[in-house]
Write a protein that binds this ligand. Structure first.
Ligand code: HEM
Length: 474
């Protein structure tokens, strides 16, 4: 009752006894996204905030930049809904409790610095070439779903740079590890949206619990073996000062760089960090690339401008992008940002409110114990973007058109201290791969169409495109 009073100015969709608004999460994943949009529409009429009750728990849903900023700067603890990931990702950065997260994030931050991730450009370029070769089988034919090709490529990139091990998913996509990983992800996703599977005792009665545990073990065993191998290499190579000598020219993976830090991570902690990084970094990056490719296919004028920019940088050369090349891709960067705005692949960010917090725009105080849900998908299409927020217009991100825009109006990588640690790396991968694809193929596509939410945002019909081989770069 106190919670209801403190948030009395917020609208609430029609509630049912006991379950409150949990019916939002009933139906298929397309229906659930529609339900979430109806909450967003309700919020749009009330300063972009609303409240929902999931059983006894209050959630405040926010799509206003100012209020989102306050939440993301002050609430660093993840919402309890992420607890389902704990058996898999333990205390890795993504789901770590806030005290531990603070210490570990500080240690991991320099490893994701631009200067360090730029060392991974060769890996990206090499895997990009394999991708172009694989896409060849679809060239000059009908429509196909491009996501599966891109996901295999980003998996190769993220695995090799995170663990220093080549996986070759693009050539050998069927491995027990990948299968196990896929099963765990499917069960976690299902559990998030099927509220009756959420209580531990009910979940444990289903066969999913056993299946989840078995497959988590397979994935853990895989990463554990890599960690043990790398620890041995580290122990062998380190000099008397405990510093690791890097053999000349050898790739320094994230895992290599996690040894010999101010915290001596245990093997288990290393596994948790590496698993979290490969989970958080792969599908997100692949999805943004796939959405961007479809958008380019559906907007030939934009594709032409991207291609002209590529020609101005590379001429007719088919070499892979360097750091300097990527810096010159101003237009492509705007296109990628506009793609992330319209198709926000992490559509929702949920935080635990651990102390009462006042939201200046909606004027409510969210009480400790509630959850705060930032609807990035709705915020990115809200009035903060002026007229026609649904229009694909990359030039919104021109510096002169960005003046005065709220810093939290664009949050594809979240915002504040617990934002995406891999965002610079993600941008490098996305720019490099899209540059390579656009120079090799002309893309044709229809609009993206209906969407669904499965933690991340997917089109119902996949990322359908047609690709035509560019002859002589023209
Ligand atoms: C376009 C690509 C990407 C997008 C859209 C994206 C988005 C996000 C978002 C929204 C969060 C915050 C989630 C939340 O608070 O619930 C996040 C966190 C995170 N991301 Fe990314 N990400 C991308 C690429 C990457 C890459 C390439 C890596 C690493 C290789 C990565 C690693 C992480 C990690 C470790 C976290 C947890 C950070 C923490 O809690 O301190 N991400 N990402």
């Amino acid at each position: 009752q106190r919670m209801d009073r403190m948030t009395s100015q917020l609208p609430v969709p029609p509630t049912l006894p006991l379950i409150g608004n949990a019916s939002i999460f009933i139906g298929d994943t397309q229906q659930i996204l529609k339900n979430l949009w109806s909450v967003a529409h309700l919020a749009a009429k009330h300063k972009n905030s609303a409240k929902i009750w999931l059983g006894p728990k209050l959630y405040v849903a926010i799509a206003d930049p100012e209020d989102a900023q306050v939440v993301l700067e002050n609430c660093l603890d993840k919402d309890s809904v992420y607890r389902f990931m704990r058996p898999w990702l333990g205390h890795g950065l993504f789901v770590a409790p806030v005290d531990l997260w603070k210490v570990h994030r500080k240690v991991l931050l320099p490893i994701f610095h631009n200067k360090v991730v730029e060392e991974y450009l060769d890996v990206i370029a090499e895997q990009g070439k394999v991708l172009i070769g694989r896409l060849h089988e679809q060239a000059n034919r009908g429509n196909f779903d491009v996501l599966k090709y891109i996901t295999a490529c980003t998996l190769d990139i993220v695995f090799e740079t995170a663990m220093g091990e080549r996986m070759d998913v693009q050539r050998t996509p069927e491995t027990p590890y990948l299968r196990a990983r896929h099963i765990v992800m499917t069960i976690l996703n299902m559990r998030l949206f099927k509220v009756w599977l959420q209580p531990e005792f009910l979940f444990n009665l289903t066969h999913y619990a056993k299946q989840q545990n078995e497959n988590i073990l397979i994935t853990h065993k895989f990463t554990d073996e890599v960690v043990q191998k790398k620890r041995l290499e580290y122990e062998r190579n380190k000099d008397g000062n405990g510093l690791k000598k890097q053999p000349e020219g050898k790739l320094r993976s994230v895992l290599d760089l996690l040894f010999g830090r101010e915290i001596e991570f245990t093997n288990e902690q290393l596994r948790e960090h590496i698993d979290s990084i490969t989970i958080a970094g792969n599908d997100t990056t692949a999805l943004v690339i796939a959405y961007t490719i479809v958008l380019l296919g559906a907007h030939q004028d934009v594709q032409e401008k991207v291609f002209l920019e590529q020609q101005s940088i590379f001429g007719a050369a088919s070499r892979s992008p360097t750091k300097d090349d990527l810096q010159k891709m101003y237009y492509l960067e705007r296109v990628i940002k506009e793609s992330m705005r319209l198709y926000t692949v992490v559509p929702i960010i949920a935080r635990n409110v651990d102390k009462d917090i006042y939201l200046p725009t909606c004027g409510a105080t969210v009480p400790a114990g509630a959850g705060a849900v930032i609807g990035a998908f709705a915020l990115h299409r809200s009035a903060a973007w002026g007229p026609n927020p649904d229009k694909f217009d990359p030039d919104r991100f021109l510096p002169e058109r960005s003046v005065g825009r709220h810093p939290a109006a664009f949050i594809p990588f979240s915002y504040g201290a617990r934002n995406c640690i891999g965002r610079n790396f993600g941008m490098l991968i996305m720019k490099s791969l899209i540059s390579t694809i656009v120079r090799s193929y002309r893309i044709e596509a229809d609009d993206i169409g209906a969407l669904k939410i499965e933690v991340l945002l997917f089109p119902i019909n996949g990322h359908q495109v047609k690709i035509l081989k560019r002859t002589n770069q023209g």
